[in-house]
Write a protein that binds this ligand. Structure first.
Ligand SMILES: [Zn+2]
Length: 501
């Protein structure tokens, strides 16, 4: 299968206004074969190639959301004015017992919004409220297989909880609350559950990793630094590496997490992971907000681990500002993520690029340290590719790269006038100009519509299913009790960190 995009403009950082005009792009199989003058590319184009008229179109690499949770699509527009810890209690108190079909629909909903707005790939830190089983794990993969998006799925699990343990030491009992509902108090049982889960995941990884011509990947998703033993993280990395896969682990999203980890481990999360040999290019670290020392920034950059910036979620939950400039200066590769739809609450990567390009301006009086439009866009494209372990293979429009290509109509009101392409993409565009999307050499959006699925029917089924879970404006008494307990603990810890503890 070949595709010829004829007479388009191509995003190019070396060209005036970052745009190379009147080019043709030849895609053969899953990769870009050639980009150049239309008459030259025509000479090597197979006669049966699918032709896409690229006039008045700007071709860009697809954006990649390197962190989301598809199941949160059920909880859009639900919880505001709460930091992460109370928000988690509210969210867990509100979520349903999702079936495999629910997960299929939720994964579809993220993908529909993403593909139509120019995001060609995602890492789904796949969250399920009940015990893991193959049917639930397969559901997300089936959705991503069917719709045609590039997807890496990392099921989320844990085997410890430093927040509950730290709370107990400070005189707060949150062990029975929804904050830690999924964990047994018995370490032996938690270990047994971990081994069972890893065995289920192993079976699933063997079936799915690299399927759909490499478009689908399986990662492991050990939940977060404050929820894992060293044994759990080591087993997770060993198992992922067996498949050439990676892991995704929430890292230092909040000051409460940083405090609880330091109290428990006696050092920072990054120092501990470095000492234990648990960092590497196959480790993706969503949030990474509270990495602050030069030594930790060095450790992070040296390891090649990929921090994932989620500016919308960090703003909504008031978590803090990731040190993106400092990370880039230390040589780290930063990716971007939309995060789940209960903490954003959309799945729009253009908006995330814009936020990443803007929010760091508040931090310094030196504009040279601010994040540029190009840096933000490249974090959303090349950074995401690195998070997916496709560094140098994906995220740029170059011959030899995987063909994830987005075409935007430069006659749209949003892109008129078409000035510097990176600034237009980062500050003006929200996805409304997207007309065509190609993923892994397949056309998945044509003239603004998905080609492989009936988006209206899926959305209708999803909406009907959402109605099965009652919308609550106020938490029911048992959830409100859990929230009171976590708020009291949260205030106590925030006073401690404000005092410099
Ligand atoms: Zn997350």
């Amino acid at each position: 299968m070949s595709i010829l995009i004829d007479h388009c403009d191509v995003l190019d950082p070396t060209a005036p206004r970052s745009t190379r005009a009147n080019q043709s792009i030849l895609i053969v199989g899953a990769r870009i074969q050639a980009i150049g003058a239309p008459d030259e590319v025509a000479l090597i184009t197979p006669p049966d190639a699918l032709r896409v008229d690229g006039r008045h179109m700007l071709a860009t690499p697809g954006l990649i959301s390197a962190h989301t949770h598809s199941a949160e699509n059920f909880l859009r527009g639900y919880a505001e004015r709460m930091p992460l810890e109370p928000w988690l209690v509210w969210m867990i108190g509100q979520c349903g017992e999702y079936t495999a079909r629910d997960h299929y629909l939720a994964a579809m909903m993220s993908s529909i919004e993403m593909l139509l707005s120019g995001c060609t790939g995602l890492i789904d830190h796949y969250w399920h409220s009940g015990p893991w089983n193959r049917e639930v794990l397969d559901a997300g993969m089936l959705a991503y297989r069917d719709i045609g998006i590039r997807a890496t799925v990392a099921p989320l699990y844990d085997d410890s909880d430093f927040v509950v343990a730290t709370a107990a030491k400070l005189g707060f009992d949150i062990s029975q609350s929804r904050y830690s509902l999924r964990q047994s108090p018995d370490p032996a049982i938690r270990h047994g559950v971990l081994l069972n889960n890893l065995a289920i995941f192993d079976d699933w990884m063997g079936a799915w990793h690299g399927q759909a011509n490499g478009r689908l990947q399986t990662f492991l998703g050990p939940a977060a630094g404050q929820l894992l033993t060293a044994d759990c993280l080591r087993r997770s990395l060993d198992q992922a590496r067996k498949y050439g896969a990676g892991i995704q682990m929430h890292c230092l999203e909040t000051r409460v997490q940083d405090y609880c980890i330091r109290q428990t481990r006696g050092c920072t999360q990054i120092e501990w992971m470095d000492k234990e040999g648990l960092l590497g290019p196959d480790v993706t670290l969503p949030h990474s907000v509270w990495i602050r020392s030069e030594a930790d920034l060095d450790r992070l950059a040296r390891s090649g681990a990929v921090p994932v910036h989620n500016p919308a979620a960090n703003l909504k939950l008031g978590s803090g500002l990731m040190p993106m400039r400092e990370m880039l200066d230390h040589g780290a590769t930063v990716a971007l993520g939309v995060d789940g739809a209960c903490s954003n609450d959309n799945q729009n990567m253009f908006e995330t690029v814009k936020l990443a390009a803007l929010i760091h301006n508040l931090k310094s009086h030196d504009p040279k340290t601010w994040i540029s439009a190009r840096e933000a866009f490249e974090a959303g494209s090349m950074g995401g590719a690195a998070a997916m372990l496709h560094k140098g293979q994906l995220g740029e429009l170059k011959p030899g790269q995987l063909a994830d290509v987005v075409l935007l109509d430069t006659r749209s009101p949003t892109l008129s006038p078409m000035n510097d392409a990176y600034e237009m993409l980062a500050y003006c565009e929200l996805g409304g100009s997207v007309t065509h999307v190609i993923v892994n050499g397949e056309v998945v959006v044509k003239d603004g519509a998905l080609t492989a699925i009936d988006a209206a029917a899926i959305t209708q089924e999803f909406r009907e299913r959402v109605d099965a879970f009652p919308f609550r404006h106020e938490p029911p008494p048992e959830v409100a009790r859990d929230m009171d307990a976590i708020w009291a603990f949260w205030r106590d810890v925030m006073q401690r960190v404000d005092r410099g503890e």
